[in-house]
Each structure stands twice: as structure tokens, then as C-alpha cells.
Design a protein around this ligand. Structure first.
Ligand SMILES: Cc1cc2nc3c(=O)[nH]c(=O)nc-3n(C[C@H](O)[C@H](O)[C@H](O)COP(=O)(O)OP(=O)(O)OC[C@H]3O[C@@H](n4cnc5c(N)ncnc54)[C@H](O)[C@@H]3O)c2cc1C
Length: 315
């Protein structure tokens, strides 16, 4: 998958829309902006397609009844957006200086002036940071039960974490898996009371307290976890088919601290039109407060942000 280099000149290049991030939100925003004949630049620091490229099979994105690989999905949206003239650049956006219809976007590849900006920089799941985790992503290691739970029908899985998201993931997995082990490094959950009650009442969920995962092992796919009890240092092996890491996520919003209102975790606050506090600056997808963190909702946010940007530029 190639990014089209934008030719540089000595002065900053001017775009009507600059989109930060090339995941489903950014690419969809780019499709809408370019198709509306606004000259638009999408800047991506890593892989076009964003996080969804980690998904071996996406089964819940409409129009693909037999599923599609995440890489192929990213490629298709990229082809569609660039076919309407979206320009793309491989670079990291380091800083943004907002100004009315004159936002200065700086990257290692030069500076750009944007009349409007769509922030679609996504978020990152916090990792366990244990051997085997990266190797088995998409092969038994998952960060999203909504995405992958149906793949574990009738199997044993583990959820790592103790907050609301871990318990929600465990409860959802209970609809598919035969057994869900909720592994937490403390002796009680941090999740809210109502979630704790529901989890305790769910017979498929078994709690493994005071325990951390030290290694994820397998043979092409995940087969077992190596666990350590932090009270007595006892090592044990848990055989299973899937492990869901639910220890939180972090938004890619560092450049916006002090410029835009963020929630307590750093996610960007918008209204339903994807407008931020700064006129002409929009946010879409997983970087946004209260995002459902799905490819289709990110794409929907991207479309809404683009429509709002087009309206902003048209008046
Ligand atoms: C393993 C896995 C499986 C998944 N499976 C599914 C599934 O089956 N179905 C589903 O609906 N969802 C799934 N998801 C979730 C889905 O991938 C995300 O919800 C979706 O990608 C969010 O899109 P986004 O565009 O908001 O952000 P992202 O996809 O995170 O894209 C943001 C992009 O912005 C770039 N970026 C960040 N900061 C900068 C910067 N400063 N400068 C330039 N670029 C920057 C990043 O490199 C990234 O490419 C899965 C996620 C993972 C990790």
C-alpha cells in the first residue's frame, strides 16, 4: 500500500482540509472531502488503514457478508478516497498551531496551512507487554470482544483487567465462550458495583485474583497462558484459545493538550457534528470521547466530520 508523496515547496502548502490519521475515520473523511472537490491532504504516520489492519478478519463491517481482512478493508477505502483526488503524505504531525482558517500543521516533511482540520488520530490499546503478546495478535490475542468474541464460540478464553471495560468484555464473551477466566492482579475488581454484581452472577465467569500474565504461549495460535500469583509467586499454566487484554486504551491526542477540551483520559470532546471547541477543527473516530471504537462508527464519524468541514468552508 503506497502513500502518495506531496511535493514540497519552500513555503507552506495550503489545503482546505488537512486530515490527521489514515484509519477508517480519516480515510472516510478524506473520501467525502475530496469527492466534494475540496483540496484535501491526509497525513498518516504509520500504516494506511490504521488499527483495523491488525484484524485478520473483520466480520462486522457492512457490505462484506463473508468478512474481509483488515488490511484489505483499509486498502479499499484508500483506493476509493484517492480516486477522488485525496492527497496523502507519510509523516507524523508533531504540532498544530490553530488560527482562524489558518491552522499551521507541522510535520517532519514540512509545514502545511489548513483552512480546517479533521483529527482522526485514533487511540492505542494498552498492552500487557509480555512475551508472546505481539506475536499472537489476531491469532488468539485480542483487544476487542465486540470484534472477536464470535470467533471463540464454545472455547475457553481469558480477560485481563479489573475495570469496567474488562468486566463488560467478560460479560459479552459469556454469550459465546464456554468459560471466561477474568484475571486480575488485585484481590477485587475496580469495576463499578453494577458490573461486579453482573459478573459475579454469570456462571461462565471465573475470577482468578492476585495474578498476572507473564507469557502467552502457543503454536501458530494461542494455546496457554503462563500465570504468576503475586502473593505467593506460584507459577501456573492456563490452557485456553483466546486472551482479551482489557487494561484500557490511550488516545493519540498529545498535540491537542491545552488547545482543546479533553476528557479525563485525554479523548477529544466534540458535539454530534464532530465539532470541537475550535471553529474549523473537527475530531472523528476512536480519538473522540465516547466513541464506540469500531471501524464502522469511526467511518461514520469521519463522514460526519467531513460534512461539517465542508459546511464550515462553504459559508
Ligand atoms: C486487532 C484489532 C482487531 C479489530 N477488529 C475490529 C473488527 O473486527 N471490527 C471493528 O469494527 N473494529 C475492529 N477493531 C477496532 C478498529 O480497528 C478501530 O475502531 C478503528 O480502526 C478506529 O479507526 P480510527 O480511524 O478512529 O483510528 P485508527 O484506526 O487508530 O487510525 C488512526 C491513525 O492515525 C495515525 N496517527 C496517530 N497520530 C498521528 C500523528 N500525530 N500524525 C500522523 N498520523 C497519526 C495512526 O498511525 C493511525 O493509523 C479492531 C482493532 C484491533 C487492534
Amino acid at each position: 500500500m503506497s502513500l502518495l508523496p506531496v511535493k514540497q515547496s519552500n513555503s507552506s502548502r495550503i489545503y482546505q482540509v488537512v486530515i490527521i490519521g489514515g484509519g477508517p475515520a480519516g480515510l472516510t473523511a478524506g473520501l467525502y472531502c475530496a469527492r466534494s472537490r475540496f483540496n484535501s491532504l491526509l497525513i498518516e504516520q504509520g500504516i494506511i488503514g490504521g488499527k483495523i489492519t491488525n484484524a485478520e478478519r473483520v466480520e462486522n463491517y457492512p457490505a462484506f457478508p463473508r468478512g474481509i481482512s483488515g488490511i484489505e478493508l483499509g486498502q479499499l477505502i484508500f483506493e476509493q478516497a484517492t480516486s477522488y483526488g485525496l492527497e496523502t503524505l507519510l509523516a507524523e504531525v508533531s504540532t498544530v498551531v490553530p488560527g482562524h482558517r489558518h491552522n499551521l500543521v507541522s510535520t517532519g516533511e514540512g509545514d502545511f496551512v489548513a483552512e480546517s482540520i479533521i483529527i482522526a488520530s485514533g487511540s492505542q490499546f494498552r498492552k500487557l507487554d509480555v512475551p508472546g503478546e505481539d506475536k499472537f495478535v489476531g491469532k488468539g490475542v485480542s483487544y476487542c470482544a465486540t470484534c472477536d468474541a464470535p470467533l471463540f464460540k464454545g472455547k475457553t478464553v481469558a480477560v485481563i483487567g479489573g475495570g469496567d471495560s474488562a468486566v463488560t468484555e467478560a460479560l459479552y464473551l459469556g454469550n459465546f465462550a464456554s468459560s471466561v477466566k477474568l484475571i486480575h492482579r488485585r484481590s477485587q475488581l475496580r469495576a463499578s458495583k453494577i458490573f461486579q454484581e453482573r459478573a459475579t452472577a454469570e456462571p461462565k465467569i471465573e475470577f482468578i485474583w492476585d495474578t498476572m500474565v507473564t507469557q502467552i504461549e502457543g503454536d501458530g495460535v494461542v494455546k496457554q497462558l503462563r500465570l504468576k500469583n503475586i502473593r505467593n509467586d506460584k507459577i501456573s499454566i492456563l490452557q485456553l484459545a483466546g486472551v482479551f487484554v482489557a487494561i484500557g486504551s490511550e488516545p493519540n491526542s498529545a498535540q491537542w493538550r491545552g488547545l482543546l477540551p479533553l476528557d479525563e483520559e485525554g479523548y477529544i470532546i466534540t458535539n454530534e457534528l464532530m465539532e470541537t471547541k475550535i471553529p474549523g477543527v473537527f475530531a472523528a473516530g476512536d480519538v473522540r470521547h465516547n466513541s464506540a471504537r469500531q471501524a464502522i462508527t469511526a467511518a461514520g464519524d469521519g463522514a460526519t466530520a467531513a460534512i461539517s468541514a465542508v459546511r464550515f468552508l462553504s459559508f
